[in-house]
Design a protein around this ligand. Structure first.
Ligand code: WT7
Length: 657
């Protein structure tokens, strides 16, 4: 497995524990007995969790694993996911409860009750149906954090139409690849978006992406920036429609149809070890069950009392499971914020927490480290006393950040839940339970009740306490992915071939047990980087680099970064006829990658080198490049085809940094 960085060593020397307060435990949703209950009869445990939902037809079997690795959960059951997230709460008398406190970046706000949401989702569903969309069709959504993003997702779910949400920061090339892969018939976007105080075009990029896209029949455009946008919104007559023109006049009545528990709900693309992103497929009943269950026990959520805020973007799985499906299924009142955390000032999040009395706050370590950098004086000047549970997701949280989070945001007492999961797992898998677990800063600790995870060695043997290896999931779980869109082989190869004999799901993460048997995540063991909690593959960035005419060869590594967890460092060999590798050339390459993939993939640093370190079989030795990128002494070079290459690289550096 991958060698450890100094930051990880630090993590592993951490030994503080924070037992829950009696006061918290007394009122907690979770209890220690949940573990025993799930261990005694896993199927019965999940059957009970599924009762959180409204089923039009009850299932006849909890789990059918006979077609492994393709699971079927709640077999024979029928439900409508949108009904469960919206109408049900209205039917049960909670129509006037706020579902969403939306806060726009420029300061405009909008509150939607569950009754409002039901009306908007019904109208949007009627609108999508009027375009001819039917169950099983695919709609791509590239929208910033506006209420219409959530409404559009729920409208799709209501119709049994799959959504494929594409992060707003992804390039036209990336959007197009996703639209083509799933043959999306409709794309939903906006005219423009507010970003760091400015209105930036969005539709223009979508148009560039969709040039010649054969599957796309209609483009629905939400008006957000309007006249704040300097450029005119490009328009294709016959294809493009304003969201408000189509949706506003629709009937507010829409009868939800119940779909099979295994009916596909959505596709979400994520980076793998090859250049082509994988379309992760999630289905309905099991997914919603686990999203609702975990949101309830991990965040100790109390409907009608808590104000919940997950700071993720709906472009990522966290936004799917912990902004849209889990919280809404649980009748949460939540904050949805459109903008960046430092617009117009660095206290924006705390101002929002204070205003709406947010009680549960779920964010990523990279943002916590950014808050640390900005200084504790900023949160100190707001009233954060409403906060009672804090969450973290996306990468291992370093103990310093954990402690800072607890002291400065959680008043030294709010439990922190460090939640490990993936796009593929659909919902939280490993996490402390607030009110139950004695928390350890930096450890995700234990698989949740109903979930089974192990740390195993190369031979699939579970390692002992104190030992490290690979994280695997050795039992199916309700919200597990049901495949890679259109590529069964890739699904089998990526997740199920590494430990095929045992039938383990291979997560791609290294992990370790401490002396109490708690799990500590140690980062990816494959060629996937984790930049600010976002997954980007080294190959993806390498292909973007070599698509530039001046680049002959490229190797990319993730190097430890104090703020973003990892930063992208690229080593490139320029073509013979290319000019020098000066600052300008390097800048152009960085921008090229941003244009090909999106700004999140822009390398932090590009080094122009004469050679790349390769083994005799031609494999690039990223380990050595990581040593260079992290300013360490270069490790063992004996397996290099030419051992002098590293001297060449090290001596030639200084240029292009
Ligand atoms: C990868 C999944 C889950 C939503 C956000 C990312 C890393 C995620 C943790 C955590 C250590 C974590 C893993 C995982 N990761 N959460 N609490 N501790 N590592 O979703 O893009 O699918 O990435 O993020 O490496 O495999 P994703």
């Amino acid at each position: 497995m991958a060698e450890q960085s100094p930051a990880l060593d630090n993590l592993l020397n951490e030994s503080r524990t924070f037992p829950p307060s009696e006061e918290f435990s007394a009122q907690a949703n979770a209890t220690a007995e949940l573990y025993d209950e799930a261990n005694a009869d896993r199927d019965a445990f999940w059957a009970k969790q599924a009762e959180r939902l409204h089923w039009e037809t009850k299932w006849s079997q909890v789990l059918d694993w006979s077609g492994a690795p393709f699971a079927k959960w709640f077999v024979g059951g029928k439900l409508n996911v949108a009904y469960n997230c919206v109408d049900r709460h209205v039917d049960e008398g909670h129509g006037e409860q706020i579902a969403i406190h939306w806060v726009g970046e420029p300061g405009d706000t909008r509150d939607l009750t569950y009754a409002d949401l039901k009306r908007e989702v019904s109208k949007a569903a009627n609108a999508l149906a009027s375009l001819g969309l039917r169950a099983g069709d695919v709609v791509a959504i590239q929208l910033q954090m506006v209420p219409e993003a959530i409404i559009a997702m729920l409208a799709c779910a209501r119709l049994g139409v799959l959504h494929s949400v594409v992060f707003g920061g992804f390039s036209p090339t990336a959007l197009r690849a996703r639209v083509d892969d799933a043959a999306a018939k409709v794309v939903i976007t906006s005219d423009g978006q507010y970003r760091r105080g400015k209105a930036a075009p969005m539709k223009t990029n979508v148009d560039e992406a969709l040039e010649g896209a054969e599957s796309v029949q209609k483009v629905l455009v939400v008006r957000r920036t309007g006249s704040d946008l300097t450029d005119e919104v490009p328009w294709t007559d016959g294809r493009d429609l304003w969201w408000h023109e189509l949706v506003d006049d629709q009937s507010e009545e829409h009868t939800p149809e119940a779909f099979d528990s295994e009916h596909p709900l959505y596709i979400l693309y994520t980076s793998g070890t090859t250049g082509k992103p994988k379309g992760i497929l999630h289905t309905s009943g099991g997914y919603l069950t686990q999203a609702a269950y975990t949101h309830n026990v991990v965040f100790d959520h109390k409907p009608g009392k808590d104000v919940y805020w997950c700071t993720a973007d709906i472009g990522w799985v966290t936004g799917h499971s912990y902004i849209v499906y889990g919280p809404l299924a649980n009748r949460a009142t939540q904050v949805v914020y459109e903008g960046t955390p430092n617009t117009p000032h660095e206290g924006r999040h705390w101002e929002i927490v204070q205003k709406y009395k947010v009680s549960i706050y779920y964010t990523a370590p990279t943002l916590i480290r950014t808050f640390m950098k900005w200084g504790k004086e900023i949160p100190e000047s707001y009233d954060l006393s409403s906060l009672r549970v804090l969450g973290s997701v996306g990468e291992p949280i370093n103990p310093e950040a954990w402690i800072w989070y607890r002291e400065n945001i959680g008043a030294g007492k709010a439990p922190i839940v460090d939640t490990w999961w993936q796009t593929e797992t659909g919902a939280i898998m490993i996490s402390p339970l607030p009110g139950v677990t004695s928390a350890k800063p930096g450890s995700a600790q234990r698989a949740l009740p109903g979930i089974s995870a192990k740390v195993v060695d190369d031979q699939a043997q579970e390692v002992g306490n104190g030992g490290g290896g690979y994280l695997v999931l050795d039992q199916p779980w309700p919200s597990m992915l049901r495949g890679v869109w259109g590529d069964e082989q890739r699904f089998r190869d990526t997740y199920w071939s590494r430990f095929a004999d045992q039938g383990f799901y291979f997560a791609g993460d290294g992990a370790k047990y401490d002396n109490d048997g708690d799990v500590w995540l140690l980062g990816r063991v494959d060629d996937v980087m984790n930049i600010s909690g976002h997954r980007i593959s080294t190959t993806e960035v390498e292909s973007a680099l070599v698509s530039h005419p001046t680049v002959a060869e490229a190797a990319v590594v993730g190097a430890a970064d104090p703020t973003t967890g990892q930063g992208i460092v690229a080593f490139v060999i320029l073509r013979g006829n290319a000019k020098d590798g000066g600052d300008e050339a390097v800048q152009e390459l960085r921008n090229h990658v941003a244009k090909e993939i999106g700004p999140i993939a822009k390398p932090r640093q590009i080094m122009v080198v004469p050679e790349l370190p390769k083994t005799r079989s031609g494999k690039i030795m990223r380990r050595l490049l990581r040593d260079v990128a992290e300013n360490r002494e270069v490790g063992d070079v004996t397996t290099l085809a030419d051992s002098s290459v590293m001297d060449l690289i090290s001596s030639g550096l200084g240029s292009g940094k």
